[in-house]
Design a protein around this ligand. Structure first.
Ligand code: BMA
Length: 335
């Protein structure tokens, strides 16, 4: 059980899968130390996962490399990893691509990803048909990441949530929010608006960010986000040198016609680090980082999340119950 925040518990309507963790580095047939933050899609006859794979190059003690791995599953729980990574970007400017999110829009498969470059972190969107060739459609200016695409156009436009990091203008510290942008073609992005400020999330004091692609419900776009709390008195936790942050998942409901409007939000987190693989023995303990969702029979939302930046886990909840948690509208609308 979480000891960091006794006041926050994963609500009873969320069930962790008994098979957790559903994917670990030991299942990967190439160098792999950490397997986490995966985009997931449910196709007609299979589930597809593109996961972040951090590894130590041969003979080196430090984590130095990141690539993206590809796995398939008949049920979304038992995964088989393909023999080779599916994507690795590295040149004089780019050090890695990571944290993929997958969305299908009008039968095309898109992957959002973060790109670490010598000149800052960029958010990218690529199109693929086979999860091997990725055609990059757009890359943001730095610093931006955690992009997720809505699964359909809204008012004729593609829409994404994103998380810029305006350090300079926010007092020189991390204090980051969820934004929305729109595009006619997935290449040119604009019409940007603030969706949710970190100050509107009672369980975050550091930063928040989009998690998995939103799903349409009658009441609005059901949207997961991650929320980060920092307490300088908290001890280091995990085998990374200095990790003290706490990451939980929150849920909100965005207006169907104008998803810049938060119709409601749960005032407590919906997934709190509590299970052993989330709190103990990981690279960065106490991290829940959802990056994929699928819709299952009986109106169930399956949530895929990186746990402790080390393994992939799954939790499920009734979509109706999640919608029911989004009771309060936290954001005063500006004129
Ligand atoms: C974020 C990203 C994620 C990571 C998370 C927790 O800033 O780097 O990839 O899972 O921190 O470490």
């Amino acid at each position: 059980m979480s000891t960091l925040f006794p006041e926050y518990r994963t609500p009873p309507c969320i069930t962790r899968h008994p098979a957790n963790p559903v994917l670990t580095a030991s299942q990967v047939p190439y160098p792999s130390s950490l397997v986490f933050n995966a985009g997931v899609l449910k196709q007609t006859d299979r589930y597809v996962m593109v996961f972040r794979n951090d590894y130590k190059p041969k003979g080196q003690p430090e984590l130095k490399g990141t690539n993206l791995g590809l796995a398939f599953s008949p049920d979304g729980i038992a995964w088989t990893v393909e023999p080779e990574p599916c994507w690795a970007l590295r040149d004089h400017e780019i050090s890695r691509a990571y944290d993929p999110r997958l969305t299908v829009i009008e039968n095309e498969i898109y992957m959002c990803f973060a790109l670490d470059t010598a000149h800052g972190v960029r958010g990218g969107i690529a199109r693929t048909t086979d999860f091997h060739d990725f055609e990059i459609l757009s890359l943001s200016v730095p610093d931006n990441r955690n992009m997720v695409l809505f699964p359909e156009k809204i008012d004729g436009m593609y829409v994404r949530l994103e998380r810029p990091f305006p350090v300079y203008s926010r007092g020189g510290r991390e204090l980051f929010d969820v934004w929305i942008s729109r595009s006619p073609d997935l290449v040119y992005w604009g019409d940007s608006e603030l969706v949710l400020g970190v100050e509107h999330v009672p369980f975050a004091n550091n930063k928040i960010g989009p998690a998995a692609p939103p799903i349409r419900t009658e009441d609005g776009w059901l949207t997961l986000f991650h929320a980060v709390h920092v307490d300088p008195t908290r001890g280091k936790n995990g085998w990374e040198d200095s990790w003290t942050k706490w990451y939980a998942a929150g849920v909100m409901l965005l207006d169907l016609d104008n998803p810049a409007i938060v119709k409601g939000m749960s005032t407590s987190p919906v997934l709190v680090p509590e299970a052993r693989c989330e709190t103990t023995g990981g690279y960065r303990n106490n991290v829940i980082f959802p990056t994929g969702v699928t819709i299952e029979n009986g109106g169930v939302l399956r949530m895929y999340y990186g746990a402790a930046d080390t393994v992939m886990c799954v939790a499920e909840a009734s979509i109706q119950e999640l919608v029911g948690l989004c009771t309060e509208s936290p954001v005063p609308r500006h004129a």
